[in-house]
Design a protein around this ligand. Structure first.
Ligand code: GTP
Ligand code: MG
Length: 599
């Protein structure tokens, strides 16, 4: 697989040597590893005791993960494959990015069940002598009851990295009220193209997709997800010996997962993506070499003029922070509380209308309907239409303002540099420079790393390092602000949706008790209205707080990006002008050869 891409990348070696940047070498190595086998994250989720850990044990055909009838898994546990590991290695990955090895299995089991607060997750590496599983990782997660409490933050950053989600439901228990919220939450967080496999676990023998109960589970899950998930049926394994953990037969699920990972669509899109990444890496090298060629011919004074311009531009760029970013965020902070009031008033109105008109239902039916369907749906809709849309409009607008501003500044800078180059080396040199300066880099490579990065995200360690490298090796001119904030915005809005959904859970808990108290018709309806209002107050409190926290983080990220772009500009040209013309010409010719052969 990916033979053509490997060949291209290997041929890039002498060029990378000529450029001599450790950062670009790091990227090339990272890409090569991924070409051997692209990263694939298979994430298992579902209610506590639905059998997630048992199924993973079934896939691995060994009792690796602790399982039991009471809530068991407390930490996200990653199963990785590594050809350098002899039998099995256990590690703790901390939120700070540090990691330590665990020596005993007992300690691993302890931490898997009762993690401490500093941990991000556990990792178990299994031997992969044949190298067939490189890059494949399975993730066991705590049942969502505990997720919603403690692990919510982790999951919010984590689920967007999933390539496949395996959602487990026990056949006997079926889909429960909590699944509703959780599946919604899931839907908000995963990328739209990510397949969800609905596993119906512990099915009796002979039960298939035509079974009434199975059909009901599928229908319910499809409704919530908004599309039909793939289905996998796992049979109830027999208990042979009470002291030996049950290991279900998950071979069929494993085949299905692999079929997804190796599907033509996925391979083709990876194929194209890798091609693009390598071309971008080449363009970065080529640009560097061409720039060196140009500057090798430049006079000392001309070079000094460029350095001065570089300084100027960097300080201009920083002005985007007080002049554009801060005013927009302040406006949002001021407006938000009013919008939250508006939403909860509207929803309160709608619910009380519903209560009045639903006379033909019993109290239990109505309360159930309001709790499980009407209230969450209404909140979702109004939150989206009133709050999310407002934020989205403000931030999209900010995005294009900052983008225009940065590009204007950088274009000015480039024009000045181009003039210096033209004076120094004539039209030919300028043409070379313009070719790069005018180009908006697509920077798909950057997105690739960002996708696997993100704080606490599945790929944290290596991917964070890689994306950092990438920034340092960034382009002279590129619409980076726009792309990165666009991604951040998407991610933010997904988090927003998830936060709001989670708060609905809190709200529902507030009115749930109503169902257990007996009132006459009029009394219970009035009482219900009051309870709904109380629930909405809770919802508002929870959501608003989280939304503010997230927004402030987004603001800081935006500012940081501007600072980075300014820094990069400041180092577009080295402080010293030490390029030899002969060497620069030879190196530049190397790049031309590569281009001829591969593009
Ligand atoms: N007899 C039998 N028991 C099973 C089967 N699958 C799971 N179990 C049992 O169901 C219980 C829960 O399974 P786990 O794998 O721990 O469930 P989980 O989803 O990982 O639960 P949490 O970690 O709490 O989220 C355990 O006691 C398992 O032994 C099966 O096919 N047959
Ligand atoms: Mg478990």
């Amino acid at each position: 697989m990916f033979d053509k891409q490997k060949q291209k990348l290997v041929a890039l070696k002498p060029i990378l040597n000529a450029v001599g940047s450790q950062d670009l070498w790091g990227l090339a190595k990272f890409l090569y590893e991924r070409l051997q086998s692209p990263d694939s994250y298979v994430v298992f989720i579902g209610e506590t005791s639905s059998g997630k850990s048992s199924i993973i044990n079934g896939i691995l055909k060994q009792p690796l993960l602790p399982t039991s009838a009471v809530p068991t898994t407390g930490a996200i546990t990653e199963i990785a494959f590594d050809k350098n590991v002899k039998s099995v290695r256990y590690e703790v990955l901390y939120k700070t990015g540090a990691k330590t090895q665990i020596d005993s299995r007992k300690e691993f089991v302890n931490l898997a069940c009762k993690p401490n607060k500093k941990m991000a997750r556990l990792r178990v590496s299994l031997t992969d002598s044949g190298g067939q599983y490189v890059g494949l990782r399975l993730f066991d997660t705590p049942g969502y009851n505990s997720i919603v409490e403690e692990h919510e933050e982790v999951l919010k950053d984590f689920l967007p990295n999933a390539d496949i989600v395996v959602y487990t439901v026990g056949y006997k228990i079926g889909i429960q009220d909590e699944d509703y919220l959780f599946l919604r939450y899931l839907r908000e967080l995963i990328r739209p193209e990510v397949p969800v496999i609905l596993v119906i676990n512990r099915c009796p023998d002979k039960v298939g997709e035509s079974d009434v109960k199975v059909k009901e589970i599928i229908r319910y899950a499809s409704d919530i997800l908004g599309y039909n998930p793939r289905i996998n049926i796992i049979r109830q394994a027999k208990v042979v010996d009470e002291t030996i953990p049950v290991i279900p037969d998950a071979a069929d699920l494993w085949n299905q997962v692999n079929a997804q990972l190796n599907s033509e669509d996925r391979i083709e899109s990876l194929d194209n993506a890798f091609d693009l990444y390598i071309d971008e890496l080449f363009e970065k090298c080529d640009k560097e070499l061409k720039m060196r060629l140009a500057t090798s011919k430049m006079s000392h004074d001309a070079y000094q003029a460029i350095l001065k311009e570089q300084q100027n531009t960097a300080s201009q760029l920083l002005k985007a922070i007080p002049e554009l970013i801060e005013p927009t965020f302040n406006r949002i902070y001021n407006r938000l509380p009013h919008l939250f009031d508006e939403v909860s008033e509207k929803v309160a109105d709608r619910v009380s209308q519903k209560l009045i008109t639903s006379s033909k239902f019993t109290k239990d039916e109505t309360v159930n309907f309001v709790n499980n369907f009407f209230l969450p749906e209404e909140l979702r809709e109004y939150t989206r239409d009133v709050i999310q849309d407002y934020i989205s409009v403000e931030l999209t607008d900010l995005n294009s303002q900052v983008d225009d501003y940065i590009n204007q500044e950088l274009i000015k800078f480039n024009n000045k540099v181009a003039i210096q180059i033209e004076t120094a080396v004539g039209k030919a040199g300028e043409a070379i420079f313009k070719k790069y300066a005018g180009k908006t880099a697509t920077n798909a490579l950057g997105r690739y790393f960002v996708q696997f990065g993100g704080q606490g995200g599945a790929g944290a360690g290596v991917a964070n390092a890689a994306s950092h490298l990438l920034k340092k090796a960034g382009d002279l001119v590129g619409k980076r602000f726009s792309r990165e904030t666009h991604n951040a915005l998407k991610h933010y809005l997904a988090r927003f949706g998830a936060t709001s959904m989670k708060a609905v859970g809190v709200a529902v808990a507030v009115i749930f008790e109503l169902a257990f108290v007996i009132w006459d018709v009029n009394t219970w309806k009035n009482k219900a209205k009051k309870e709904v209002n109380k629930a909405l107050v809770e919802w508002k409190k929870e959501t608003q707080q989280q939304v503010f926290t997230d927004l402030m983080k987004l603001e800081e990220d935006n500012k940081q990006l501007i600072r980075e772009i300014a820094q990069e500009t400041l180092h577009s040209f080295d402080q010293e002008q030490t390029v030899d013309f002969e060497i620069a010409s030879q190196n530049s010719a190397l790049a031309d050869e590569w281009r001829q052969q591969f593009k």
